[in-house]
Design a binder for this molecule. Structure first.
Ligand code: DX5
Ligand code: ZN
Length: 219
């Protein structure tokens, strides 16, 4: 098993949007490694969040790498609106577009490239791209909303990804997103995931320093 350091990426979707700058700073100071930005278009998922203008504003105040998760129907069309402002861009495998060309173009823009897979999608869909990515996002809820319950069946995908990574001597991060709390984070890390995305569990925590430490598996 590839033992990468645990990275905590709080999802801004769970912040108080009236105070977004203060919220990002508060959570960075609590020990966040990255900030995770959920972009939703009302087509790929049944929800709308925020777009490039808000991401650009967050980039002006952020002191940690930004991780954009594009839950949109046309990642190939929209990724260039995000690459100037963030360190990582993750696109989903499910929409119809040229995935390989888009991953390559994201890297050409100077970002790392992530590929995401939703719970109902067969792992075989992402397998051909594993040597072309920096991060695999195994969604642990159906994308679209924060505050949902972790789906344990998704751990088979994390295990498979971890196995292929070691068989093929690859080095991508394995990220989990949705319903992540100290218990589910420990499960995901046990299967080989190292990047923990958590919205509710961090932004709504009475003590976010403690919440972040707990997700790392620290007391
Ligand atoms: C869901 C998003 C998640 C979400 C996680 O579509 O991708 O990043 O914000 O929220 P929690 O941690 O509350 O499940
Ligand atoms: Zn996300």
């Amino acid at each position: 098993m590839n033992r990468k350091p645990v990275i905590i990426a709080p999802s801004v979707l769970a912040c108080d949007f009236l105070r977004i700058a203060d919220e990002c700073t508060r959570i960075e100071r609590a020990g966040a490694d990255w900030l995770h930005l959920d972009i939703m278009d009302g087509h790929f998922v049944d929800n709308l969040s925020f777009g490039p203008a808000v991401v650009e504003s967050i980039a002006r105040i952020a002191g940690v790498p930004l991780d954009a998760h594009l839950m949109i129907e046309r990642p190939d069309h929209f990724f260039p609106r995000f690459t100037p402002h963030v360190e990582n861009v993750t696109i989903h495998i499910e929409p119809s577009y040229d995935v390989a060309a888009t991953l390559k173009a994201i890297r050409a823009e100077g970002c790392t490239a992530g590929l995401a897979i939703s719970p109902p999608t067969d792992f075989g869909r992402v397998e051909p791209y594993l040597d072309q990515i920096d991060l695999l996002l195994v969604m642990t809820v159906n994308p679209g909303f924060g505050g949902q319950a972790f789906l344990p069946g998704t751990m088979a995908k994390v295990e498979r990804a971890d196995q292929i990574r070691s068989d093929r001597k690859l080095d991508f991060h394995i990220q989990v997103d949705g319903g992540i709390n100290p218990q589910t984070a420990a499960v995901a890390q046990g299967h080989g995931a190292n990047v923990m995305v958590a919205g509710t569990n961090i932004f709504r925590a009475p003590d976010p320093v403690r919440a972040i430490r707990s997700l790392r598996g620290q007391a």
